[in-house]
Write a protein that binds this ligand. Structure first.
Ligand SMILES: Nc1ncnc2c1ncn2[C@@H]1O[C@H](COP(=O)(O)OP(=O)(O)OP(=O)(O)O)[C@@H](O)[C@H]1O
Ligand SMILES: O=C(O)[C@H](O)[C@@H](O)[C@H](O)[C@H](O)CO
Length: 185
């Protein structure tokens, strides 16, 4: 291994929302972070209604109205993590629009960061076409990319650009950024 490794003991508790379009690697990164940090983890997909899952499985993109109750549930999980006392947690949520991210961070006063995973379309498509046993079809990728508003400079976010980087390097890059932020705060 010849890439830098983070010292996780230096990372301060915070809330992390791992965001980006389908197939960017939210679930894989969140699980990696959870193993390293030992913080509570919520898979955002598990908070979708059965109707939303059915719609996506049929290749129909969700509307703002479909997403609203789901985003509220995601927010409630984050808020619960904040008030529980330790203020740390990891949530996966595509959070494609700024208005969705505003719902997620509403009334949260503690440390909170979006981790935006940016992956080129050709790699996303290859990954989704290969992925087995997931309800989200590759045909929804174009609507995901059209809907995505990339985070603005005033949104608290860490951007991680991934091409064919080995997963372990991606994970360490995120941990190193979190370590850096922790040392500055
Ligand atoms: N850095 C990586 N390198 C190679 N493959 C990866 C990497 N990250 C994720 N993958 C693979 O890409 C696919 C999509 O990853 P994952 O399911 O974590 O994405 P996701 O953003 O959670 O997707 P969705 O929103 O559709 O649930 C999986 O098969 C995963 O193993
Ligand atoms: O906002 C959305 O359209 C949905 O949240 C999707 O992003 C899916 O949940 C996810 O990508 C599939 O796992």
């Amino acid at each position: 291994m010849n890439h830098p490794i983070a010292d996780v003991s230096l990372i301060k508790p915070c809330l992390l929302v791992i965001m980006g379009v389908s197939g960017c690697g939210k679930s894989k990164l969140a699980k990696g972070l959870q193993q390293q940090l030992n913080w509570p983890f919520q898979e955002g997909d598990s908070l979708h209604s059965a109707q939303n899952i059915q719609k996506m499985s049929e290749g129909i993109p969700l509307t703002d109205e479909d997403r609203l109750p789901w985003l509220e549930k995601c927010h409630d999980w984050l808020k619960e993590r904040e008030v529980s006392g330790d203020g740390c947690g990891i949530l996966t949520c595509s959070a494609l629009k700024k208005s969705y991210r505003d719902i997620l961070r509403k009334d949260i006063r503690g440390s909170f960061y979006f981790i935006y995973i940016d992956v080129p379309q050709d790699i996303l498509l290859q990954r989704l076409q290969k992925r087995k046993g997931h309800f989200m079809p590759a045909s929804l990728l174009s609507s995901q990319l059209e809907t995505l508003d990339t985070p603005d400079a005033d949104e608290n976010f860490i951007k991680i650009t991934v091409r064919n980087d080995p997963f372990e390097e991606v994970l360490q890059k995120v941990l190193l950024q979190l370590q850096h932020i922790s040392l500055k705060s």
